[in-house]
Design a protein around this ligand. Structure first.
Ligand code: SF4
Ligand code: SF4
Length: 179
């Protein structure tokens, strides 16, 4: 308590002028600013009916990409996980078996691929690091959730639909994507 008292400092304040004590000029000035905004274009939008234009550099929810033949691009090389500063990505690699060539582009694929959206800072370094064009950040938000577990996105949440087997879902996903 003693130490606090020693640090106490007196702040001198200029006495208020007559005009300041009247308050009215400042009230009029404040109201003038308020009224001047009535005639300006309103910056508010009626979300979610109305959507705001995204900046070209906006980075949203991740998408795991497929190649032109609908095969998964990701080879589970782990470069995205290494590049991730938030340690948000985990994966498990698996070997492609004979007969699975139509599913996976390379001999190795990600049997499990998870991103913890609570950790992610949407920096885009995973996208930069990927040598296979297998991951990119779209223009969609991660929707709200009630549990922490709900923010861990697995491969099923991230993988873009196959354009050959689910063309409508694929088109919808591409519509929300920045590629
Ligand atoms: S956007 Fe950044 S923080 Fe999020 S998963 Fe990718 S590298 Fe990690
Ligand atoms: S998304 Fe790209 S960088 Fe990450 S494991 Fe798959 S291929 Fe490698």
């Amino acid at each position: 308590m003693q130490a606090l008292t020693n640090r106490a400092k007196e702040v001198s304040r200029e006495p208020m002028t007559f005009m300041e004590r009247l308050y009215l000029p400042n009230i009029v000035k404040g109201m003038a600013i308020t009224f001047s905004h009535i005639f300006k274009k309103q910056p508010t939008i009626q979300y979610p009916e109305q959507k705001r234009e995204f900046s070209p550099v906006f980075r949203g929810l991740h998408v795991l990409n497929r190649d032109a033949e609908g095969r998964e691009n990701c080879t589970a090389c782990g470069l995205c996980a290494v590049a991730c500063p938030a340690e948000a990505i985990t994966m498990e690699a698996a070997e492609r078996m004979p007969g699975e060539e139509h599913l996976y582009r390379e001999e190795k694929y990600a049997a499990k691929y998870e991103i913890n959206m609570l950790r992610c800072i949407f920096c885009g370094l995973c996208e930069e690091a990927c040598p296979k064009d297998a991951i990119y950040l779209s223009e969609t938000f991660a929707p709200a959730n009630f549990t922490r577990k709900g923010f861990i996105y697995g491969k099923n949440d991230l993988l873009i639909p196959n354009k050959n087997t689910a063309p409508e879902e694929y088109a919808a996903a591409r519509g929300a994507a920045r590629v």
